[in-house]
Design a protein around this ligand. Sequence first.
Ligand code: MN
Length: 447
Amino acid sequence: MNLTSAVTRLNETHDPALRSWVDSANQPDCDFSIQNLPFGVFRRAGSDESFRIGVAIGDQILDLSAAVAAGAFDGDAAAPARACRAATLNTFMAMGAHAWSAMRLTLSRILRDGSALQSTLQPCLAPQALAEYAVPAHIGDYTDFYTSVHHATNIGRLLRPDNPLLPNYKWLPIGYHGRSSSIVISGQAVRRPVSQVMRPGASAPVLAPSARLDYELEVGVYLGRGNALGEPIALDQAEQHVFGLCLFNDWSARDVQGWEYQPLGPFLSKNFASTVSPWVVTLEALAPYRAAWTRAEGDPQPLPYLDSAELRRQGAIGIELEVTLQSAAMREQGLAPHRLSHSNFRDAYWSVSQMVAHHTVNGCNLQSGDLLGSGTQSGPTPEQAGSLMELSLGGKQPLGLPSGETRTFLEDGDTVVFRGHCKATGAARIGFGEVRGTVLPARSIDA
Ligand code: MN
């Protein structure tokens, strides 16, 4: 068995028959079933406690510092558990796939029905309803990819109707280096950015609040173990370096982007905020939802460093993604958030392993806690578009909301929520929770 299959192999932690002594984890639509066990960083909301690592189970969080102090971990899990007595996941992430797997196995055993540690661990639980979260890792570097060919084609068609998809797209996973300092945790409000925009028909740009603020429905990929400068990560080893996945909203100012993006790519249109979900779902938890990675007959087949039998067999990951929007007026009227679109991460043109292999093929070093954005995940049909830019056809076709309002781009007070979950025959349902953000008005511009 090669290294990649060690990550994707099913084991006792994936058994759909497992139940937890935390009752809420056994509800059929629960994101945080015992087969999931995602990691995050939390504290009691409004407290001045230090943030600490926890694992979501049902509607609770297992406080790992408390569980370690209670003596819940031994054997292969002892060292990784000690690394989880921290305010970020980086040290644990750097330990590698064997450590993550040992930790997961022990967590599964101590949280399942019949565990001898139930009464010991009961006091180590904290309700999610009373928690607040932090960005779970120190993110040294953030790179955003562009892995949905449907998104790239939709956007390309709006910008270049005669030539929607540039010729490099089908040969390499396109990406740009983003900025990690403005990555924020779910729930934190996002201020509408001010920047330079060139309005249609104008002869000079102005400094103004973005009038075309958008979201991007993305999956985030956290690097676990890095690589040394100059030493590429081969495709079939790439997943050994990936700790897990999260939901990711790469807020984007389309008017700023349209003016600044040539010739060097996105800059201020992207770096004012990106939002991560609190919970990181490990790659091992995602093993049951793998799918074949395919490339259409007529398309270029990947160069050898981006291709392997293992990739073809199970390089894709099925994650159902959805976007909802609730305007301020909808909130006041008690109207539920409105679903704008849905798509599936399985439809990405490039896999997680290909992003890692390509990123490092020139010797670039990735580090524990680095974040890769998947790029906007749009599906093959128009209603599966992962941004308002696509859904409104570049602002030409407003969308209706249940309040009677319409949207082309985001308005102040709009709350955008992404959710994601995985289902497969013979497997439990697991979910990512949510990533949420509300748009605040722009700061005033001094003359
Ligand atoms: Mn993006």
